[in-house]
Design a binder for this molecule. Structure first.
Ligand SMILES: [Zn+2]
Length: 271
């Protein structure tokens, strides 16, 4: 079924997954779905991995579907950070620029962030400890979550890829020239999304987190982090809306096969 959805040629597809958000993890607490509990997904992660870097939606469209999100830009020109309704481009030269509404995006996942749960302060000596902690506080790995942690972090390591030229290489090749940034005692926010394993191929299954500093001058795709006593805010999200490219070469990409192992390597830093 997943395969047929990905290969479908219509512009947009919407499928409602579970509707009972109470199952998502707050025992005895029903959560109203305000219509904002929707993940809006542009293109697919596997298309991005195969070099689908052509911008197919723009920031203005993303803003209609979310105020928080992660992704990248036309030609893989840096990392996208959506926070509080503002969208930023983290470039490989380390600069951060506000992303105008006209800026094109080949891949993104956004949602409107509405805090359903705030955890106890998290302390973690690396990103794996953070992800383990988050796992323990999202009671079902079968649901979608948006995540935000705001505070001062002892250590943050991020990456941002440089813009590519056509013919676009595969993502793994493009990321060989990524920039890696390390920050210490930096105030800012980790934002991102969690998608269940069964979404692999469509969106980045598992956690996809980005960082942006409070003064909006530093950021990127989160590779590692040290945390001392910062609570995590979690937004349970029970709907998923997918917007597929109608151009940009998407229709010709071979999306058969399973790229999960390769993606894990890329997400964790090599690449
Ligand atoms: Zn990313």
């Amino acid at each position: 079924m997943v395969k047929s959805i990905v290969l479908a040629s219509c512009a947009t597809l919407c499928f409602v997954l579970a509707t009972f958000i109470a199952v998502a993890g707050i025992p005895g607490q029903e959560i109203e779905n305000s219509g904002h509990d929707v993940f809006y997904q542009v293109s697919t992660i596997d298309a991005l991995m195969e070099g689908g870097f052509e911008g197919v939606r723009n920031i203005g469209e993303l803003k209609q579907h979310g105020d928080l999100g992660v992704g990248t830009f036309h030609r893989l020109d840096g990392e996208l950070v959506g926070i509080g309704g503002d969208y930023y481009q983290v470039r490989s030269d380390g600069r951060i620029l506000p992303a105008p509404d006209s800026m094109a995006v080949p891949y993104a996942t956004v949602t409107f962030f509405e805090k359903d749960l705030q955890t106890e302060p998290v302390s973690a000596s690396n990103i794996l400890e953070l992800l383990t902690y988050l796992d323990e506080h999202v009671s079902s790995e079968n649901q979608f979550y948006a995540i935000q942690l705001a505070g001062t972090f002892p250590y943050v390591k991020t990456r941002a890829p440089p813009a590519q030229v056509e013919p676009y290489p595969r993502l793994a090749v493009a990321l060989e020239n990524q920039s890696v940034f390390e920050f210490r005692d930096i105030q800012g926010s980790i934002i991102g999304v969690y998608a269940p394993d069964y979404m692999k191929g469509i969106t980045a299954a598992g956690y996809h987190l980005h960082f942006i500093s409070g003064d909006r001058t530093r950021g990127g795709h989160l590779l590692d982090v040290m945390i001392e006593g910062t609570p995590a805010e979690i937004d349970f999200t029970d709907e998923f809306f997918m917007s597929l490219p109608t151009g940009g070469g998407f229709g010709a990409i071979n999306l058969s096969g399973d790229r999960q192992e390769e993606l894990k390597t890329l997400e964790q830093g090599r690449g």
